[in-house]
Write a protein that binds this ligand. Structure first.
Ligand code: DC
Length: 233
């Protein structure tokens, strides 16, 4: 079955129903990355952090001194860049190890602009689908996995958490910023990710929403494994 066309998307639909795909979407700090990694381990499948791909494009754009709002040039960089994502989280962009820098403040500041570029999204969605087809499935996390990349994923999850909990989690990760600065940055990114024209963050039709505010990682992973079992596969 081909997933229902996603009205706001410029990306064509594909039939992903034969693959074992778990789609995990949600805002920054909702626990996506930790949960997706742990779930992939539990299932014995690979894991794809699609946010790292948008960050890699932003890294390449900054490295070339290009204005992130120059849509055409940025799209060309996305189409031609060599991007390798290793299992251990290492990210190689055009032969350079960008693992640390893609998480830094410069990339974090410009990545929403890059992620709002429709041609960049088309290119990265195509690479994400290719990655998944090559492996017969996987756990993918991002903002548009259940709405655009694989609308017919075996399991679609929308992770949420209160803004306070999300900011507290991020503040623990980035030791050089105050809680208030982190909370303000999260609110800015939430607004950009949810308010953009192309493939904004929203809960996919049929996605199970899990509020992780008061749950342990193990509890979330166990819940998702149970949900997957109940899909009958
Ligand atoms: O999850 P993250 O913070 O690493 O994501 C980085 C940026 O990329 C953020 O602005 C959201 C965007 N993104 C997106 O638009 N679509 C995805 N599938 C994943 C991330």
């Amino acid at each position: 079955m081909v997933g229902a066309p996603s009205a706001a998307s410029t990306v064509p639909d594909v039939d992903g129903s034969a693959l074992l795909v778990v789609a995990i979407d949600g805002p920054a700090g909702s626990g996506k990355t930790t949960v997706a990694r742990r779930l992939a381990d539990a299932l014995g499948v690979d894991y794809l952090d699609t946010g790292a791909m948008y960050r890699a494009v932003a890294f390449a754009v900054l490295g070339r001194g290009v204005d992130p709002s120059e849509d055409e040039t940025v799209a060309e960089i996305a189409r031609t860049m060599e991007l390798v994502l290793h299992r251990d989280g290492t990210v190689i962009v055009d032969g350079i190890d960008a693992t640390t820098q893609i998480r830094g403040p410069e990339v974090t500041r410009v990545v929403p602009t890059v992620a709002a570029n429709a041609a960049v999204r088309r290119e990265l969605v195509s690479r994400q689908r290719e990655w998944t087809h090559r492996r017969g499935g996987g756990v993918l996390e991002g903002r548009d996995i259940g709405t655009v990349v694989f609308p017919d994923a075996r399991l679609k999850i929308y992770l949420s958490a209160s803004p306070e909990v999300r900011a507290a989690r991020r503040a623990q990760e980035v030791t050089d910023l105050s809680y208030d600065a982190v909370a303000a940055d999260l609110a800015r990114r939430d607004a950009l990710d949810s308010g953009r024209q192309h493939d904004p963050l929203r809960r996919a039709d049929g996605a199970i929403e899990v509020d992780t505010s008061h749950l342990l990682i193990d509890e979330v992973v166990a819940l998702l494994v149970r949900e997957l079992d109940e899909t009958g596969e």
